[in-house]
Design a protein around this ligand. Structure first.
Ligand code: HEM
Length: 141
């Protein structure tokens, strides 16, 4: 009982963090894109840190989500909305890992991250998060 409440709390907290990263990172990037500028060194560091936080919160969402599914529903076959939720969550995790890898590699080579990759990734990330949230709302209705 208590452990379920704690896990749900962790799940919700991780949602806040992953959403915050997408909104915050997106706003910073769009301000720079509109000004036609490349983020300065400190902003680039912030974006990199936000990327890590996003990836870590998604990993925490997966860990807490897996334990919750097993304990509350005995596995991952709950309903079709839940299946859509975990597929979209899987894409989101993959996307976040890819973006982190790309940002890590470009900063290693002293280059700014590719603008197009970052724009597409931010847009897809937002879309996927919306899908996960709608699917979660339907799955546990
Ligand atoms: C981006 C990733 C994710 C987001 C944004 C997310 C979002 C949510 C939300 C909003 C809820 C609350 C739904 C409700 O109680 O009505 C929830 C609950 C839950 N999620 Fe996730 N989730 C994510 C990943 C996962 C994953 C990967 C799993 C499992 C593998 C999972 C399993 C669960 C379970 C079992 C519940 C609890 C349902 C209940 O209270 O009966 N979640 N999630």
């Amino acid at each position: 009982m208590t452990i379920i409440i704690i896990l749900k709390f962790i799940h919700y907290l991780a949602i806040v963090f992953s959403g915050g990263v997408l909104v915050g990172g997106g706003v910073i990037q769009s301000v720079y894109a509109k000004a036609n500028q490349i983020p300065d060194l400190n902003t680039a560091k912030i974006l990199k840190l936000l990327g890590y936080i996003g990836l870590i919160s998604l990993i925490i969402l997966w860990i807490s989500g897996i334990i919750l599914s097993i304990n509350l529903y005995g596995g991952f076959i709950i309903n079709s909305a839940f299946t859509i939720k975990i597929i979209a969550a899987g894409f989101l995790l993959g996307l976040s890992a890819f973006v982190n890898f790309h940002v890590f590699n470009s900063s290693k080579n002293n280059l700014p991250p590719n603008k197009t990759i970052m724009k597409i990734a931010t847009m897809s990330g937002r879309g996927l998060l919306i899908i996960v949230l709608i699917a979660a709302a339907i799955a546990f209705y």
